[in-house]
Design a binder for this molecule. Sequence first.
Ligand code: ZN
Length: 201
Amino acid sequence: MDPGSGSGSGAGEGSDPTVSTDQAGPPSASTDSAAAAAAPPSRYESQKRRDWNTFQQYLRNHKPPLTLARCSGAHVIEFLKYLDQFGKTKVHVTGCPYFGQPDPPAPCACQLKQAWGSLDALIGRLRAAYEENGGRPDTNPFGAKAVRIYLREVRESQAKARGIPYEKKKRKRNPPNTAVTGGGAGGSSGGGGGGGGDDRS
Ligand SMILES: [Zn+2]
């Protein structure tokens, strides 16, 4: 018999395959704020800066050229539409069989767009960035009424197209019924989506 009773053959034993732990060079923090000692900018702050740079680049490439001072709500909307080409959210057109389905069983030819939530958050950041960069609140194009209306339209149309009601959060109206378990009962028949031929164009 073989005397190699110990679990021999030290081949696979303990030899760590060189885990390269420190690939992390600090990403060249451009220290512009003096107090850059400890705290790196929050995710929100760095996202805001990135968004602001993107918008300024958009202005530079705009034809005809556009300056921030001449930028209106209409230009902001144009910017949002421009961003749709980079979107990742499928928004079904009304003719699509999956219109109104949150989870379609098969692919379709509808376009990808920016989700309403992304646009809404983006506008919030840009609006803040505008004022942090010296813009006056009363001329802030990101706070323009037209932009607000546009965002609301996007929200409503995407909610329908994707079958996702965005307004779940604010339900102040229905006082909580006592002892109704499992929700659903009575109150919010908002989404519905049953068979109603509720076709408005
Ligand atoms: Zn579709």
